[in-house]
Design a protein around this ligand. Structure first.
Ligand code: ADP
Length: 308
C-alpha cells in the first residue's frame, strides 16, 4: 500500500481588510501528515505530537474530511493518517486548516487525483465547519494553492489565486486563548456605509498592490476599520505592536485570522527581523509567553514530500 507524506503550511486569513475573503500561506510553521489508503471503510488517526488532539475521526478535522471523501467513494475505501503538528491549535494561523487541507490533498493524490481543486477545497471545508462552526475557505484555499487567495464567493465556490511579491512575514503568537466563536460573536452585525467604502477601497488597494508588486500600496491598504477595532481588544499589546512594528520598518499587518497571532509584512529580511524584535520587546514586558516566526510567503501550498 502506498504511503504518502505531505507538508501542510500555516496560513494567515483575512489579511487585515479582507475579512473572510483573503488568505495567504506561510513557509513556516508547517505540519507533516502521512496518509495510507485502506481497503476497509474506516479512518484511523495517530497523533505524533504533544497537542492531544482527538483521534476519533468525527472530532478531528482531518478525520471529518476523510470521512466525507470516503462517503463520496461509496465507502469502498478507508484511510490511515499520522499527524505531526507544529502549528499550535487555536493559534490563529490555520492549524485546523492545515490538517483539513493536507488530508484532502493527500487523499486525492492516493486516489489518482480524481477530484478537481474546487472539490478538494469543498472536502477540506468540512474540517473548518467542525473547528469553527462555519464553512470558510480563507485558510483552506491558500493552504492548498499557496500564495495569496481571494475567495470571491463560497456559494458557488469562486477562488482566485493572486500573484504575490516576495514579501517577508513576521508572526507573533502570544500564548493566550482567543476562541474563534468568541471572536466572531463580538463583531457588530451592521456596518456604516462610510466604513464599508473605506474597507472596500483598502481591499481593492491591497489586491492591486499584490498584482503590481507595489509595496507602498500594500502597506497603505493594510487597514481594517470594521473588524480590527473590535477584535483587537482581545489581544493585549496589539496597538503598541502595530505602531512599533511599522516604525521598525514593517509595511503593515494586523490580526491573523481571529487571533491571537499578529502578523506583519515587510519588504526585506532586515525589516522582518527588526519587527520580530519589537514583538518580543512588547511581550517580554507584559510577561505573556509567545512564539515568533520570521518567514516568507509560501507559493506551493500543500506539498507532497514523499511517496513510497
Ligand atoms: P486555528 O486557527 O489555529 O486553526 P481554530 O480555533 O480554527 O484554530 O481550530 C482549532 C480547533 O480545532 C481546536 O478546538 C482543536 O481542538 C480542533 N481540532 C480538531 N482537529 C484538529 C486538527 N487536526 N488540527 C488542529 N485543530 C484541530
Amino acid at each position: 500500500m502506498k504511503n504518502i507524506k505531505v507538508r501542510c503550511p500555516a496560513t494567515v486569513a483575512n489579511l487585515v481588510c479582507g475579512f473572510d475573503i483573503l488568505g495567504m500561506a506561510l513557509n513556516e510553521p508547517c505540519d507533516i501528515m502521512q496518509l495510507k489508503l485502506l481497503s476497509e471503510p474506516k479512518v484511523v488517526i495517530r497523533n505524533k505530537d504533544e497537542f492531544n488532539l482527538p483521534t476519533d475521526p468525527e472530532k478531528n478535522v482531518a478525520g471529518v474530511v476523510l470521512l466525507s471523501i470516503m462517503e463520496k467513494m461509496n465507502n469502498t475505501i478507508g484511510f490511515e493518517v499520522e499527524i505531526e503538528k507544529h502549528i499550535k491549535p487555536g493559534s490563529g494561523i490555520g492549524s485546523s486548516a492545515a490538517s483539513a487541507a493536507g488530508a484532502a490533498v493527500a487523499a486525492n493524490y492516493l486516489l489518482g487525483n480524481i477530484f478537481s481543486s474546487d472539490e478538494v477545497v469543498q472536502f477540506a471545508m468540512n474540517g473548518e465547519k467542525l473547528a469553527s462552526g462555519v464553512k470558510h475557505a480563507d485558510n483552506i484555499a491558500p493552504c492548498i494553492l499557496g500564495g495569496v487567495s481571494l475567495i470571491r464567493s463560497i456559494h458557488p465556490l469562486d477562488i482566485i489565486a493572486i500573484p504575490s511579491p516576495d514579501l517577508y512575514v513576521t508572526v507573533v503568537h502570544p500564548q493566550i486563548e482567543v476562541r474563534t466563536s468568541d471572536a466572531r460573536q463580538i463583531l457588530r452585525k451592521q456596518v456604516l456605509l462610510k466604513d464599508a467604502i473605506r474597507q472596500w477601497g483598502n481591499i481593492a488597494g491591497l489586491v492591486t498592490g499584490f498584482l503590481k508588486n507595489d509595496h507602498s500600496l500594500i502597506g497603505r491598504s493594510l487597514e481594517d476599520v470594521i473588524i480590527e477595532p473590535v477584535r483587537s481588544i482581545l489581544i493585549p499589546g496589539f496597538n503598541e505592536i502595530k505602531t512599533n512594528c511599522k516604525e521598525a520598518g514593517a509595511l503593515g499587518g494586523g490580526i491573523s485570522g481571529s487571533g491571537p497571532s499578529i502578523f506583519m509584512l515587510s519588504s526585506s529580511e532586515k525589516a522582518a527581523k527588526a519587527t520580530e524584535q519589537v514583538m518580543k520587546e512588547v511581550y517580554d514586558r507584559t510577561g505573556i509567553a509567545y512564539n515568533t516566526y520570521v518567514t516568507t510567503i509560501n507559493k506551493k501550498g500543500v506539498e507532497i514530500v514523499s511517496d513510497e
